[in-house]
Each structure stands twice: as structure tokens, then as C-alpha cells.
Design a protein around this ligand. Sequence first.
Ligand SMILES: C[S@@+](CC[C@H](N)C(=O)[O-])C[C@H]1O[C@@H](n2cnc3c(N)ncnc32)[C@H](O)[C@@H]1O
Length: 215
Amino acid sequence: MSVDTTGYQANPWRGRFNAGFFRAMEGYLDWHLRPRKAEVFADLPDEVVELGSGVGANLRYMPPGSRVIAVEPNPHMHAGLRRQAQRRGIEVDIRDVVGERVDLPDGSADTVISSLVLCTVTDPARVLAEVHRVLQPGGRFCFVEHVAAAEGTFTRRVQRAVRRPWRWVFEGCSCERDLAATIQAAGFKHVTIQPYRIHSPFLPFNTQIAGHATR
Ligand SMILES: C[S@@+](CC[C@H](N)C(=O)[O-])C[C@H]1O[C@@H](n2cnc3c(N)ncnc32)[C@H](O)[C@@H]1O
């Protein structure tokens, strides 16, 4: 088991399972998320920092020839991410660190992106503080994330019921986070957040948000 000094532990079996799962599901998930991603990741610059790149689901939104600094602590994701980057003509610089402690200088990034990551990190507020720190003034955080459903709904009840097995299988993932509130509270100058719903068989995952936060 590989252990990061910040507490991240890549489980040898579930780490591999998740790499395989996201590789296998990439096209299907993109089919659901493409309308939002196409808006939120439109006009990305030639270099972006990506949190939790996984096996490269978002590389398709970057122009060939661009460069991504990929903050990805699960080593089982790295080979797939490198392959996908090569296939798409994108330079990838993988940082084997967690989003809670990004090894980049203050104000060094124009754009930070994430999809389906703030659900899984140990401390979303700390990750957002890091995003704020590494962005230059006027820089943007572009995100697509899944969040808790409204209280009292059937989806919210299902999210609560599957909490433990879901977290175990997907290595820390929670479907019960109010990430819109966490992003609003992270000190950005301007935040736009669009809540929406997809209709996949993975019910707890269907309530989502997408948007931008400008430093
Ligand atoms: C659900 S996957 C999403 C992967 C990819 N972004 C996508 O949309 O397919 C969550 C990713 O976040 C990564 N991750 C987990 N904890 C993290 C942390 N503390 N900091 C940064 N990334 C993390 C996982 O290794 C995994 O690649």
C-alpha cells in the first residue's frame, strides 16, 4: 500500500478497481456530463492544473499541444493518464500529491479544473484554499462535481442509505456534501454555480453542480 505523508492511502485493490472502473466508464460518464463540461471547460488555456485527473477524462476538453499539471495521488491512475495524454497530444506533468497540499507556488496558475473530485478528497475546504492559493488574481477554478440532493427527497434518502459501501468502494467518495456552500465560502471574488440533475442508474451520483470561481 502506498502512503502519502498527508494521509492519502492508495488501496492496492480498490485503487486498481477505481482506475479500471473510470477507464471503462469514461465514455458513458462523458455522455452524461458533456453538456456541462463543454460549457465549464470551454476555452481552457494552454496550461491548466487539474485536481484528481484520474485516467484523463477531461483531456478531451484541452486542445492538443496543451499541458496539464495533474494532481493525482492514486498511482494506479498514472499509467492510464499518461496513455490518454499521449493519445491526445497533451503534455502531462503528474504530481503524486493530494489536493490538500499542492506542490505549486502561490499565484502560479491561470486555471485549475476538477471533475468528481471534491466528493472524494478528505477535506474539500482545505483543497479549495489550495486552489485559491495557487491561482493568480483573476484566475479561474472550473468545476463539475456531484453533491447532496435536497433534504427530504428520495435521492437524499438513498445517498444516506448507501453512504458506507459507496465510500468504501469509491475510496472516500461521499454523495452527501454541500459543495456549492463550500465553494461559496472559499473566498473567491466571483462564483457562478449551476445545479442540475443527470439521469444515470447511479442514483446517488445524479445531483450535480457545475461552475466557475474566480480569484
Ligand atoms: C471519482 S475520481 C474522478 C476522476 C476524474 N476527475 C474523472 O472525472 O473521471 C476521483 C479522483 O480524485 C483523486 N483523489 C482522491 N483523493 C484526492 C485528493 N485528496 N487530492 C486530489 N485528488 C484526489 C482520485 O485518485 C481519483 O482519481
